[in-house]
Design a protein around this ligand. Structure first.
Ligand SMILES: NC(=O)c1ccc[n+]([C@@H]2O[C@H](COP(=O)([O-])OP(=O)(O)OC[C@H]3O[C@@H](n4cnc5c(N)ncnc54)[C@H](O)[C@@H]3O)[C@@H](O)[C@H]2O)c1
Length: 73
């Protein structure tokens, strides 16, 4: 399988992309950038693990955790 790994790197330098994968620095909330990835690559399945996952950050910078959702397409 070919793997396309996307990460904004908001969480710091990349740590876990599989050897041989294509890496794209993309914010998943940036719809045009995401659509460009889907246009460039034939993608059959998506596994989504991106998150602001740190509880301490959710307390110190709560506004990040209330970002608006995408408008309906
Ligand atoms: N680590 C744990 O103990 C644990 C436990 C339960 C659930 N989870 C869940 O598993 C998933 C991965 O956790 P992790 O420990 O690998 O977290 P992590 O912080 O190491 O990785 C999350 C990655 O998401 C990226 N990211 C954040 N916002 C993004 C955006 N808008 N666009 C693109 N990339 C973005 C960050 O840069 C980071 O590299 C998360 O959904 C987390 O909530 C983790």
């Amino acid at each position: 399988m070919s793997v396309i790994a996307l990460d904004s790197l908001f969480g710091g330098p990349s740590r876990g992309h599989p050897p041989g994968s294509v890496f794209c620095q993309v914010d998943l909330a940036d719809r045009p950038a995401l659509e460009a990835v889907f246009t460039k690559h034939k993608i059959d399945a998506v596994m989504h693990f991106a998150a602001e996952a740190l509880v301490a950050k959710s307390v110190s910078e709560p506004s990040i955790f209330y970002a608006p959702t995408w408008p309906a397409a």
